[in-house]
Each structure stands twice: as C-alpha cells, then as structure tokens.
Design a protein around this ligand. Sequence first.
Ligand code: SF4
Length: 698
Amino acid sequence: TFVTDSAQKTVRTTCPYCGVGCGVLARPEADGSVTIAGDPDHPANFGRLCSKGAALGETLSLRDRLLHPQIEGQEVRWDEALDFVAERFTAAIRQFGPDSVAIYGSGQLLTEDYYVANKLMKGFVGSANIDTNSRLCMASSVAGHKRAFGSDTVPGNYRDLELADLVVLVGSNLAWCHPVLHQRLMAAKAVRPDMRIVVVDPRRTVSADGADLHLPIRADGDIALFAGLLQHLATRDSGSDYAAAHTLGSQAAILAVRNWDLARVAEATGIAERDLSTFYSWFVGTENVVTVYSQGVNQSATGSDKVNAIINCHLYSGRIGRPGMGPFSVTGQPNAMGGREVGGLANMLAAHMDFTPDAIDRVGRFWGAKRMAQKPGLRAVELFDAMAAGRIKAVWIMGTNPVVSMPDADRVRDALKTCPFVVVSDMTARTDTAELAHVLLPAAPWGEKDGTVTNSERRISRQRPFLAPAGEARPDWWMITEVARRMGFAKAFPYNSPGEIFREHALLSGFENGGKRDFDISGLLAGGYETMDPTQWPVRETPTARLFAGGEFYTPDGKARLLPITPPPPITRVPGRLMLNTGRVRDHWHTMTRTGKTARLSAHFAEPFVEIHPEDARRLGIRKASLVRLARGGREAVVRALVTERQQPGNVFVPMHWTGQFASSGRVDALVAPQIDPVSGQPALKMSTVTVEPWRTA
Ligand code: SF4
C-alpha cells in the first residue's frame, strides 16, 4: 500500500503513455488503491481513455521499484550517490574534455527534467552530447518541419481530424498506438459517414479495418506514393493561390516527380493502380484533408524525405492552416514534444533554437553560462557508437532502456559494459540497462512526480502528483540540480520546485525574440503554474490552435519550402530473408516496466510473437503457434508464430516490448541494423532483413 498525501482527493493529471496526452483524474482511495478516470474537461480526450490509460491504477504497485540510491549494488545515502556522480563526471571532463560525457534521456521525462539536463550539458559542461529516445520516435518529423516551415512546428490539432472529409493515416496504426485519437476519429466518422479514411501501411492493421481504403504499401514506398500524388496534383492544377503566395520551391519539387505516373508508382509501392487512382482522386477532390503520419514514416533511412514528400502535397495544394486540413505528425511518447521545446535533442539548443551564433550568444547570456556548447552533439546511435569506441567515459541514462530499444541493441549493451561510468535514474532496477549501471538513482515515476508534458498538438498539460514518493525516490530535475550544484554550478541551478524551472523556461522562450519566435510561451507567465490549464503554444497573449493559415512561416522570408524529393531506389531484397517490421501492440508500453505489472493488459498478448503470412509460413515449414527463430548477424530472437494474412508475403512484424527481463529471447531490436536517416539521425527500425526458420532445440 501507499502512503498518500492527498487521500480521497481527486487530482487532475496527464496519462504517461502515448503522445495523445489524455487528461486523467486520479483519486487515491483509503485502501491504498487509486481510482482512474478520463478527465471530461481535457481537450485531448474529453473523458475518454484507452485500455492502457484505464488500467493505470493497476500499475502503481511497489513491485520491482527502485527505492534507494545504489553504488555498485550497495544502498547508499543520497548525498553519497550525488557526490560520486558529480565527482566522476567532473573528473572525466577534466581529463578527457566535455565531449567525453553524455546524457541519454527519454520522452517519459517531464519538460522541467529535460530543461535542467539540457542546461547542465549545453550551458555548463560545454557539450551538446545530450540526446533522447525521442530520437527513435519523431526526429524525422522534426527535420521535415524545420526544412519546410523553418521551425519544428505542428500546424494543426486533433479537432482537425474530426473536421476533415478525408483522413490519410500513413505508417500509423492509430487504433493501437494513439487509441483515443482513433476513437475521436471513428466517432466523427459515425456521425459523418461521408468522411473517408485511407490507411497506408504494409500490414492490414486494426486501423485499416476501420478505413474506406487500405493501401498495402511496400516497405519504404511512401516517397513514391506521395511523389505520385504531387505529380497528380500538378497535372490537374497549376498550384493553389496559397502556394503562390506563401511557398517557394514548387517548380523544383514538381520537376523531381515529373516521371512518377501511376504505373511507376504502382511498381515502386506494390499498390494496385486502381487503388492509387482512387486515393489520388479522393485527395484532389477533397478540400479538407489531414494526413497523419507516425513511426512508419519516421523510422526509416529516408524518414525526413518522407515527411517532406507529404508536406509538399499539402503546401502545393494549400491544404494547411485551416480547420480540417494539414500534415499532422503524431508523436509516440508522452513528452516527445516537450523534449523538443527545451533542446533535449543533441542538435537543438533551447526554446526551439538551433546552434547559430546568435542563439548561442542569447542563451548563454540568459543562463549566465560561460561554457556554451558551440555545435550539435552526438545523436542516439552516434552516441552509443562513440561509447563503443571508448570516447564516452561517463553517461547518465534517464528513464529509458536503450539495451532493449536501440537498434543493434546487443552492441549498445556491449558499449555500456565497457563505459567506465554508467548512471541510471529510473523507477526500477529491473531493466536490461539498469543492470549495467555503476550508480542507480531512484526516480519518482508518474503519480509521484510533478511537472508538464506537451502532446502531439502542441498542448502543454500538467502532470500532478497524487502519491507521496515511495522510499527515497526523487524527481529527475532534483537529481540533476543536485549534481550540477556539486559540479560547481550552484548559482545557475537554484531550483526548489518544477514551477521555478518552468518559469525560467517560459522566460527564455520570450527572451529577446523580437516578438516573432515560433516557440514562445511567455504568455503563460501571467497565470499560475499549479492551476495551469492544458494550453497550446505558441502563447504570447493567447494560445494558438492552428498555424500558417495566412502563411507566416518561420523561415527568414516567411515562406514555406517545398523540397525536390525524388523516390529512392527500392530496398534491396536479400534472397532467403524477410523484411522485419517492429512496433507496438495495443496494451503494452515500451519495455513494459509499467504495463507488465497488470495481468489485464498482458492478456491481450502474453508473449512476443511474429506475424507471418501463410505463404511464407508454409514455405518455411512454420506451423501456427510454433516457436520461430529470427536471426541477423549472429543475433537471434525466438518468438511465437502468428500466421496471418494481415501480413504481406516477404514481410514479418515483431512487437518491440519484450525484454531480457520478460523473455530472454524476445529482444527484437537486437536484430535491427543500426542504419539511420542521415538528415535526422533517426534509426530505421522498420526495415531490416532477417532469416526466419522454425526453432529447434539443440
Ligand atoms: Fe494514455 Fe494514449 Fe491511451 Fe490517451 S490514448 S489514455 S494518452 S495511452
């Protein structure tokens, strides 16, 4: 049971799982349980919750919780642990320079945690070696937004999906990965049956079941699909007034796709010409179109180009900025967006600023920092590569499990084994990564921590605590602040509460911005932090529901950019291998540290599996529900066969959740090649080739 400091009081907070960012009402009960309900007043969900959100109360037990700081497995006092971390980081910096240390964070961190971690690294250590598992989630969307809009800004909001007459889901199993947003979409379709939904996905997912048209695209065929759409738009229309007034680059973009007629797109995508023609004519004939995209787009070696190929179509046709239209990136994690806002990515500075001389100077003066990092740091895959090469001497991993989630995950495990100093702050010591830590710091999880998160529609919401911290658990912002003070930066880290940190973050967003900055939340300073309502940024005087109706992009000339994106050659198919796609299931979250605690959620899928088409199964001698061995480069995973026509021949799908803690052979990301998008640094988690065979005991 828990000691609650707010027994019988209902607390308004935000779900800790996906990027929909649903409002949750949590009420600790006298018997130690917590009653969970959807917040009817939260504009993301209006009272709805999905299976994961509804089961949050079942995930709060202290089983497997890390409750005390540890050094080399021995419980120690907080002071001892913090002194040790500060000493080892300081020593590494002194001996090997600022780039010898790193922080690897998580979309689970709150904005306040991210802010102080970023400030410590980029302002006071003097290195931008701070990256996050959000790199695995939406870095390609960030790059695509910046290239098109001059800023990483999502133009629309969730209401646009309800107002659209055509919603295109690309690489997004919305029904399972953003369930409440999918519920909203289906509810809108129920009252407006003329609304059409198109799903572009190699698999026939549950989202495709609810669609008017499923386009079973070949892995990585997305650029060809949208090149064909742009070509189709251009042959029927010389471009919208909007494009003429507010964009540059149309001509070059169209030239790049001029040969992409239906036949060629059909060949590149594997989609029947008839279906392509239907999709293109629906898009051309519908004013209100929203294109939603997610990991199937982002997690690719050409993810950034895919994003821009989609945005090109919306810019060219002027379908952006008004109700019911626009390109819409949905983020996987609860605070992927908040991390982007404060510079939690190695290539961003703070408050959406890049590493330009002006921005470095501005942030440096605001922070009073003399040792500002001067250039971007190592992105996730590069960071662990540098560690494997012996260049990272100390790393602090916060609330994430890269030994499971990173591509080529065994190599990441080996890199951490050789790293001289590994700190992990987490709610549990039972992760594959925590097992390799020299120092473990007990982090306060959801329910105990306090701060803000930002969802996929730029809406900042409060996460509020409703339980007293268990054991000696502390919030991440507190640990980072304490270590920063011990490293000699006490003056710059005076924080006693997350509200003070948020206030500084909001002040920085409005500092010397000339009134025209994309990420400006200085308007929130007038209201109270404790009572803050969910609010969409930018907030100068008022919140902003939608951007770019009248152009006004964040490029120097105010115009958006269409990019000349030519489809890449098809992925080389290796004879005897199948294409491996990875992703989520409906009822589990990431590496299951929380959802794995509830039998109700585990009942949906109790063990790792591989979806395989009946033709492949027959050819390979794989029987329904038998064990299957997948392998690549000496790594293997053994999972259960789920033989299904939802999968295309030549392709398999394995969920990413199972870890060494739950099923020693289910770590599928060990099989994923460490290929990245060169623009965004995002790993291609959905297109490695693997051998597949029946599992036989030795
Ligand atoms: Fe939580 Fe996402 Fe489900 Fe909403 S849709 S309850 S944010 S997991």
